[in-house]
Design a protein around this ligand. Structure first.
Ligand code: BV8
Length: 239
């Protein structure tokens, strides 16, 4: 894929850069996507497991699913796409990475200016005290894990039907509307409100680049939609 001179100019002249990622950016590291052919554990659809109702009904089953995902993700490494985004953070003074991913691979690749829209699979939250703690134990010794106060812990993750943290989504929207370059990679652009960020950036005048192996609902509204693997294309956008 050739990055033409005009696009290089667009990228190097950008003053405020935002990047939005989805599960596709972690696919080349071996993390299963949600809606891809590999799917996720058992025949359940993620939308049926990742809900507060499912957790209330059967916290042990939901923790089995997360414990399995944590054990799968723990040994995996970031790929060239993650490292390219971490490099972009160094190139632009005004930069923010907004991710839907909960796997922690962006941080492992060195990204620090990072907004996790949907939480983090390596954090737990007490259902009573709401205290958030890091927990990297794989496998977990007890399912569901318990807080010192005796209440059960839940994954510190935003489930379907739950609102994102207001401060987090407000910062993501503000950044999308103020940036002049918006790169969206590896997302099916189906899950709201993340799926609206690229359109907000475009409407506010940003130059929007999409990177995906398939066409998505936002492919028709972006300025350039590259069809290919994020691990191969994102490094070429670090000019
Ligand atoms: C909320 C945590 C207010 C779980 C996740 C408005 C309209 C319609 C629906 C709604 C709406 N507002 C709210 C909703 C409901 C819902 C929603 O959007 N449902 C969808 C399914 C229609 N949204 C919510 O509930 C959100 N809350 O809005 O609160 C509210 C409250 C109550 C009632 C209404 C509103 C909360 C959403 C957060 C859900 N939690 N994850 C967990 O991870 O365990 S979302 C989940 O999907 C993951 O976080 C994931 O990141 C996210 C998005 O998926 P993708 O990242 O895009 O991954 P996917 O597999 O889909 O696609 C991968 C892509 O990569 C593909 O395009 C593929 O082609 C590409 N790819 C693959 N390999 C590569 C690649 N690309 C490049 N290179 C490769 N190598």
């Amino acid at each position: 894929m050739e990055i033409d001179k005009e696009l290089k100019e667009k990228i190097t002249s950008a003053k405020k850069v935002a990047v939005l990622t989805g599960a596709g950016v972690s696919a080349e590291s071996g993390v299963p996507t949600f809606r891809g052919a590999d799917g996720l554990w058992k025949s359940f659809r993620a939308e049926e497991l990742a809900t507060p109702e499912a957790f209330r009904r059967d916290p042990k089953l939901i923790w089995e699913w997360y414990d399995w995902r944590r054990s799968l993700i723990a040994p995996l490494s970031p790929n060239a796409g993650h490292f390219a985004i971490a490099e972009m953070e160094k190139r632009f003074d005004d930069f923010l990475l907004i991710t839907q991913n909960v796997d922690g691979l962006h941080e492992k690749a060195g990204s620090r200016k990072l907004l996790e829209l949907h939480g983090n699979i390596w954090k737990t939250r007490c259902v009573d005290e709401h205290t958030v703690r890091e927990n990297r134990q794989t496998p977990l010794k007890e399912l569901p894990p318990l807080c010192g106060c005796g209440a059960i812990l839940r994954p510190h993750i935003v489930w379907f039907g739950e609102s994102l943290e207001p401060a987090v989504i407000q910062k993501a929207i503000k950044t999308s509307q103020e940036c002049d370059l918006f790169i969206v990679a590896g997302t099916s652009a189906l899950v709201q409100p993340a799926a609206s960020l690229a359109g907000m950036a475009k409407e506010a005048g940003a130059f929007v680049i999409e990177v995906n192996i398939e066409k998505t609902p936002i492919s028709s509204i972006v300025d350039v939609s590259y069809r290919g693997k994020s691990g191969e294309i994102l490094p070429q956008l670090v000019v």
